[in-house]
Design a protein around this ligand. Structure first.
Ligand code: HEM
Length: 174
C-alpha cells in the first residue's frame, strides 16, 4: 500500500502512468480499428537511397499522397511506412513522423519540445540517453529500411547512384 501511495503522490510517476495509459489506449484503439480491417494496403516500392535535410524530412510525415513516413534516429533515416499503426496520423508515436525522433526516444518523451525545429546535435544528452538512442537505432535498423542520413547544416548529400539498392549494407552502428 505504501508503494501505491508513493507512486500516486509523486507527480512524475503520475505523469508517466498517464502517458503509458495514453499509449496503451492508442495501441489498442488502432488494433480494434484494424480488426476486422480492410485488406492490407500494398507495400510502397522501396525508396531510392538519399540524404535529407531536416526540412526535406518533414515532408514525409504520412500526409503525402503515397503516405510514406520517414523518421530519423541518431542521424540515420528509416522508412517506417509499414509501421503506420505506430507513426500514422492519430497513432501513439505519430509525433515522430517526418521528424528526428532521437531526443524523444533518448529521453522517453513524446512531448513536442523534444523535437527541435533546427538540427539537433544531441550534444547535451548524457551517456545513458545516448546509449538508449543507439539501442533504438539498432531496433529501427533491424525492422525498417534504411533510406539515408540526416544532413547537418551545410553538409552535402552523398551520391548513392553507383550503389545497387539491395547491395547497400546497412550502416554500421557507431
Ligand atoms: C510508458 C508507456 C508506454 C507503453 C505502455 C508502451 C507500449 C508499447 C508497446 C506495447 C509497444 C509494442 C507494440 C507492438 O509491437 O504492437 C511499443 C512500441 C514502441 N514504443 Fe512504446 N510504450 C510506452 C511509451 C513510449 C514512449 C514514451 C516512447 C517514445 C519516447 C515509446 C516509443 C515506442 C516505439 C518507437 C515503439 C516501436 C514501434 C515500432 O516498432 O516501430 N513508447 N510501446
Amino acid at each position: 500500500m505504501d508503494f501505491l501511495k508513493d507512486v500516486f503522490t509523486n507527480p512524475i510517476n503520475v505523469g508517466l502512468l498517464a502517458m503509458c495509459g495514453y499509449v496503451i489506449y492508442k495501441i489498442f484503439k488502432s488494433r480494434s480499428q484494424d480488426d476486422p480491417g480492410p485488406p492490407p494496403e500494398p507495400e510502397l516500392p522501396p525508396m531510392k537511397k538519399k540524404d535529407f535535410t531536416l526540412e526535406q524530412l518533414r515532408e514525409f510525415d504520412g500526409m503525402r499522397e503515397d503516405g510514406r513516413i520517414l523518421i530519423a534516429v541518431n542521424g540515420k533515416i528509416f522508412d517506417v511506412t509499414k509501421g503506420k499503426k505506430f507513426y500514422g496520423i492519430g497513432a501513439p508515436y505519430g509525433v515522430f513522423a517526418g521528424k528526428d525522433a532521437s531526443r524523444g526516444l533518448a529521453t522517453f518523451s513524446l512531448n513536442e519540445e523534444s523535437i527541435k525545429d533546427v538540427y539537433d546535435d544531441l550534444s547535451d544528452l548524457n551517456k545513458m540517453q545516448m546509449n538508449s538512442v543507439r539501442e533504438w537505432e539498432e531496433q529501427f535498423n533491424d525492422k525498417y529500411p534504411f533510406v539515408g542520413r540526416l544532413l547537418k547544416p551545410g553538409q552535402e548529400p552523398r551520391d548513392y547512384s553507383d550503389t545497387e539498392d539491395e547491395s547497400i549494407e546497412k550502416p554500421k552502428l557507431e
